[in-house]
Design a protein around this ligand. Structure first.
Ligand SMILES: Nc1nc2c(c(=O)[nH]1)N[C@H]1C(S)=C(S)[C@@H](COP(=O)(O)O)O[C@H]1N2
Ligand SMILES: [Mo]
Length: 200
C-alpha cells in the first residue's frame, strides 16, 4: 500500500506542475508576445495600425511607431470646417509622413484612380491618386504644434472633411469612390478658393 500512496503523490505533483507551468506560460505571453490576430486594430507595442491596400503591388500594415521612424515633413496648415468657414478650428504646424510616400512604398498600380480613406469611427473621405502623388504636403500627421495626436490626414487648402482622423485604412481603387460628405454632394476636390476669406 505504501507504493500505491507514493505513486498517487507523484501523479498529484505532476498534475500540479503541469497546471502551474501552463498558467505561468499563458500569463507571460499576454505581457509580451501577443500576435496581430489577437489585436484587431492594435499591435501591443506599436499603437494603432494603418493598412495600405487595394490596387498596390505590396499591401502592408504600418504602426504609429513605425510611422514615426519614416521620413517626415512639417507643414503649416489651417483647418476650416464648411459649417463655420470663417473660424479656423486648428492653426499651426503639423508633423507627419507624406501620404505619397506611404502609397509609393506599397507600389501604386497604374489603374488606381482614387484613394479611399477609412477611420475607426466609420468616417470616410477620398482623394485623387494623382493629387496625392503631386502634393507632398498631404501628410498623415502624428503631431500638432509638437504634441502627439491620433494619426490624421492634413490636406492644406482643402475643407476639413478631407482631414480624416483616426485613420485605419488607405485603399486604392479604380472607380470614383466618394466619402461620407462627398457622397451627399459636398465638392469632391474640397478646394478652399480663398483662405484669407474661406467663404469668398
Ligand atoms: N474620423 C473622423 N474624421 C473626421 C471627421 C469625423 O467625423 N470623423 N470629421 C471631419 C470634419 S467634417 C472636420 S471639419 C474635421 C474637424 O476636425 P477637428 O475635430 O479636429 O476639429 O475633422 C474631419 N475628420
Ligand atoms: Mo467639417
Amino acid at each position: 500500500m505504501k507504493k500505491l500512496a507514493f505513486a498517487l503523490l507523484v501523479l498529484l505533483l505532476l498534475a500540479l506542475g503541469t497546471y502551474w507551468g501552463w498558467s505561468g506560460g499563458k500569463g507571460s505571453s499576454e505581457k509580451s508576445t501577443a500576435t496581430p490576430e489577437e489585436n484587431t486594430n492594435e499591435k501591443t507595442t506599436g499603437g494603432p495600425v494603418i493598412t495600405i491596400t487595394g490596387l498596390v503591388e505590396r499591401p502592408y500594415n504600418i504602426t504609429l511607431s513605425e510611422l514615426r521612424e519614416m521620413p517626415s515633413r512639417k507643414v503649416h496648415a489651417v483647418l476650416y470646417c464648411v459649417d463655420a468657414p470663417n473660424r479656423p478650428l486648428s492653426n499651426g504646424t503639423w508633423t507627419g509622413v507624406p501620404l505619397k510616400y506611404l502609397l509609393q512604398r506599397a507600389g501604386v498600380k497604374e489603374n488606381a484612380v482614387k484613394v479611399a480613406l477609412y477611420a475607426s469611427d466609420g468616417y470616410t473621405t477620398d482623394l485623387r491618386v494623382k493629387d496625392v502623388l503631386a502634393d507632398e504636403d498631404i501628410i498623415v500627421a502624428y503631431e500638432f504644434n509638437g504634441e502627439p495626436i491620433e494619426p490624421r490626414l492634413v490636406v492644406p487648402g482643402r475643407w476639413g472633411y478631407k482631414w480624416i482622423k483616426g485613420l485605419t485604412k488607405v485603399e486604392l481603387v479604380d472607380y470614383d469612390f466618394k466619402g461620407r460628405w462627398e457622397s451627399v454632394g459636398y465638392p469632391d476636390d474640397a478646394y478652399i478658393e480663398n483662405e484669407a476669406n474661406p467663404w469668398r
